[in-house]
Ligand binder design. Structure first.
Ligand code: CO
Length: 305
């Protein structure tokens, strides 16, 4: 009974997070972003999440063109969206640490619209088949098969993931390709994000780490005996726990230059991890679609639908 009650409360948090994430994503899909800066997009999406009583589970990812993932706006980021750009907006919302993760691609070049359709179709097929006991490798096979039918390629080293309270990547990966060998099956009452990434036929279908790093997360709270840096570490912990954060979330309390230096110190001491942007190997356009779902014994809650 206790366990079931706890689960019901968790599910309510997940459903609330999902509802917020869905509305915010659909707003972002409808909006015309050309001329806006990535900073404006991140700030307006995050403000909307907070206005609905959710918290961002990670800084909104605004990854342009050949950048597949993990770019968020810098504190004074002047990068703006241009005609011809393809922008992935990846949104995480948490309620009490329970996370809904969802993404949309907005496309301002008609020649990449079919790429977006392929990602949406692959996601649609994947969420339709994802039930309790479904093999993750079967989901990967269907995602790859659907993308191939459109004549495109999945990004083979990006994958969906299990989610846990305050943990975005909770250890299990849902592949976007057909992998052989051992796999796991989906469990009842566990949350999973499924997120196909698609590139063109002449893409490499692989992403590599780029130089830019503007998303961070705490990996250790062990003090480094530098009072100013340790104070920042505790502030980050009190606000974000182990969830990712951006420098622009801390400029209310710190001067930007000091903040960069302190985060750099904490990164070198391995208290903080920095995430590199992920870039398509042949520099080709990448698109993405994503939902979060929770199977139960009898049905599936696609919480971001
Ligand atoms: Co995700």
């Amino acid at each position: 009974m206790k366990r079931e009650q706890t689960y019901r409360m968790n599910l309510e948090c997940y459903l609330q997070a999902g509802k917020i994430a869905t509305e915010v994503r659909e707003n972002a899909r409808k909006k015309y972003h050309v001329g806006s800066t990535l900073l404006e997009i991140c700030q307006s999406v995050e403000a909307k999440i907070r206005s609905m009583n959710g918290e961002p589970a990670f800084p909104v990812n605004t990854s342009l063109n050949e950048i597949a993932a993990h770019y968020t706006a810098e504190p004074n980021d002047a990068t703006f969206v241009k005609e011809g750009d393809v922008l992935k907006i990846d949104i995480g919302v948490h309620v009490d640490g329970y996370i809904a993760d969802t993404a949309v691609t907005v496309c301002y070049d008609p020649k990449y619209e079919s790429l977006v359709m392929a990602a949406e179709a692959a996601l649609g097929e994947a969420v339709r088949m994802a039930k309790v006991n479904t093999k993750a490798s079967d989901i990967g096979r269907v995602i790859e098969g659907t993308i191939s039918k459109f004549g495109f390629r999945p990004i083979q080293n990006l994958s969906g993931h299990s989610l846990q309270q305050y943990t975005i990547h909770a250890g299990k990966s849902i592949p976007n390709i057909w992998t052989i060998g051992s796999s796991f099956t989906l469990l009842a009452n566990e949350a999973y994000a499924i997120e196909p990434f698609v590139t063109t036929k002449d893409g490499q279908g692989v992403v590599y780490e780029g130089k830019t790093r503007n998303i961070f997360a705490i990996t250790s709270r062990k003090p480094i005996k530098n009072k100013v840096a340790d104070d920042l570490l505790e502030l980050i912990w009190s606000r974000y726990k182990t969830l990712p954060f951006a420098l622009r979330w801390l400029t209310d309390r710190y001067d930007e230059k000091d903040l960069r230096q302190l985060v750099d110190i904490l990164t070198k001491k391995k208290n903080v991890h920095s995430y590199p942007i992920l870039v398509e190997g042949h520099g080709k356009i990448v698109v993405q679609a994503e939902h979060t779902l929770i199977p139960s014994e009898s049905s599936v809650n696609i919480i971001t639908l």
